[in-house]
Design a protein around this ligand. Sequence first.
Ligand code: SF4
Length: 147
Amino acid sequence: MSSHAPPFWKHKSLGQMSSEEWESLCDGCAKCCLYRLEDEDTQEVYFTNVHCRLLDTCTGRCTDYANRSVRVPDCVTITPAVLQDPYWLPRTCAYRVLAEGRELARWHPLISGDPDSVVRAGLRVCDRTICEDDADELENHLVDWIE
Ligand code: SF4
């Protein structure tokens, strides 16, 4: 009999995960920290290269994660409820991947065991972004990030 239990994301639903498991799903790509434009009719989402002023561009993490919703009221806290329709997240985001019944990619830290595998895969947007404080119209900053 095998002693290897399946990893938590294989046998737990998003709503069953502990907070530690939940947080470990974030790979730090920082794409949800970018401003987006959305076509209200089609729900088509257009990403920009303009990042929230709270983003640490070196680590891809929020510099005030605990208070982000207060400091940035538009910041959407990702929960199982909002993942009912996760079209606004990048297709590579693990929360969206699992919500859509797909498999985590090989470069995801939970699979690779290495947080830097996200960077090597070219999926962390940092160093290719501009802070919202320095940006002009969002329409001038549309970027088709490779996913
Ligand atoms: S898009 Fe998803 S994986 Fe990327 S930083 Fe945001 S929550 Fe984490």
